[in-house]
Design a protein around this ligand. Structure first.
Ligand code: GCU
Length: 434
């Protein structure tokens, strides 16, 4: 009882100390968005103006990257794990002959107790000249197991813990036959293959389970110092681990002669879109980066008080971002970075941001502005980007032939064929036409 009282007291004090009330209703009224000032992409912390690629690459970019590591996602460990990849399945006649399917297990530990499974489909070249190997590939994490991304019965069921979800046929926190293909609408594999792209996916839970108090599981403990049981305040947590996992998938893709590893696009939806942006920011091997409905902690400007805000995400999902990020609960203006700078870190590599009209929680306008305000970093390289600070109308993709593309799909928080079609158009320009 005393403990409970004490806890409530601490909670009340915390509330009183923060200018925003924890339980605040999210703002969805554009006229109520207070004015804000963004940190400038091309001005260093010490106020120095950056006007050359050299100063950007040697001073400002590393500075912004360090700020995101320290204050937002937490530091990614520099220690390298000796990961072993084994191709466990190869079918050159998959999906009725349209594809080559490979499944690759990447072992994180020598005792093989921890691993991730990569599912890779490559288009077969028959009747499809754009499928000549090596092919460009989209790589992204999935929410509920590789087997949910396509009904192909040969896909290995994940053995990792899965969050229960009805739409994915997951109960008992386990991957099952029932879940096969349940989220296939998010992975239009056949359409991707038909356009000459390969597609690779990994279950995010193979890397780090998506649940609170996961500190003793997944890959996090593989990097602890002796006696450590959870990440320190400036160390990575779940989103950082997922981004790291994407880079490990890239390690494999670089070894596969059927894959054009110079043309790998990293893609992610929602929480996994936050991870794809963070992976793309840190790992310059990703040639193109796609964020779909990534919202708060992803593409959306956090200083815009609209939809989800820092305090809410840190409270509902305290295991995603670093301990340090909690210091910015209700204090967006004090964060030394904002998310346009996350996108700027990717320059001069192209970035595509997508929103959905009914996904106001993710703040579509804020996501657009995240991409728009990254522009100055691209300008240093002479690369054109979105030219207006006003988002386009519904399903009017823009910037498809520049270095920052954007669309807002009509409908709900999701990643669908419409979104993928725009991603492929954008990739066509950068990988094929330019
Ligand atoms: C929650 C969370 C979002 C996140 C989303 C998702 O809504 O608040 O930040 O993007 O889940 O991953 O679907």
């Amino acid at each position: 009882m005393r403990k409970i009282i004490l806890q409530s007291l601490i909670f009340a004090v915390t509330l009183a100390a923060s200018p925003n009330v924890f339980a605040q209703e999210a703002n969805y009224d554009e006229s109520k968005v207070p004015a804000y000032t963004l940190p400038e992409v091309l001005v260093t912390q010490s106020g120095q103006k950056v006007s050359t690629v050299k100063d950007w690459e040697t001073k400002r970019r590393p500075e912004i990257l360090a700020l995101f590591s320290e204050h937002v996602y937490g530091k990614t460990p520099t220690k390298k794990l000796p990961i072993r990849f084994e191709v466990t399945d190869l079918d050159e006649n998959a999906l009725g002959g349209k594809a080559t399917r490979k499944q690759i297990r990447g072992y994180f530990t020598a005792d093989k107790s921890k691993y991730m499974d990569i599912l890779l489909y490559l288009p077969n070249a028959e009747n499809n000249p754009s499928a000549a190997r090596p092919v460009p590939v989209f790589v992204g994490l999935n929410f509920a197991g590789n087997q949910t991304t396509h009904a192909d019965p040969a896909i290995r069921l994940t053995q990792s813990w899965v969050r229960n979800r009805e739409d994915a046929g997951i109960t008992g926190n386990k991957g099952s036959d029932e879940s096969r293909g349940k989220l296939a609408k998010r992975w239009p594999v056949e359409q991707i293959l038909a356009r000459g792209y390969g597609v690779a996916t990994v279950f995010c839970g193979d890397i780090q389970p998506d649940r609170p108090d996961n500190y003793g599981e997944g890959v996090l403990p593989l990097f602890y110092e002796k006696g450590q049981t959870k990440p320190a305040d400036d160390e990575w947590q779940t989103i950082g681990a997922w981004a790291w996992g994407l880079s490990r998938a890239m390690d494999y893709l670089e070894t596969d002669k059927d894959v054009n590893s110079k043309q790998v696009a990293v893609v992610g939806h929602s929480r996994l879109g936050k991870a794809s942006l963070w992976a793309g920011a840190q790992d310059e091997r990703f040639a193109l980066v796609i964020s779909n409905d990534s919202g708060e902690g992803g593409a959306a400007i956090t200083r815009r008080e609209y939809g989800e805000q820092i305090e809410r995400i840190n409270t509902a999902l305290p295991y995603w971002f670093s301990g340090n990020y909690k210091k910015y609960n209700g204090r967006e203006a004090d964060l030394p970075v904002d998310y346009h700078e996350l996108i700027a870190l990717i320059a001069p590599r192209p970035v595509y941001v997508a929103s959905a009209s009914e996904d106001q929680w993710a703040d579509p306008k804020g996501e657009y502005l995240g991409a728009y305000h990254a522009g100055p970093a691209y300008a240093l390289y002479g690369k054109p980007t979105l030219s207006s600070d006003t988002p386009p109308g519904l399903e009017v993709p823009i910037g498809q032939k520049t270095w920052t593309g954007y669309h807002v799909r009509n409908g709900k928080h999701d990643i669908l064929l419409y979104d993928w079609t725009q991603f492929m158009n954008f990739a066509d320009f950068h990988f094929r036409q330019k």
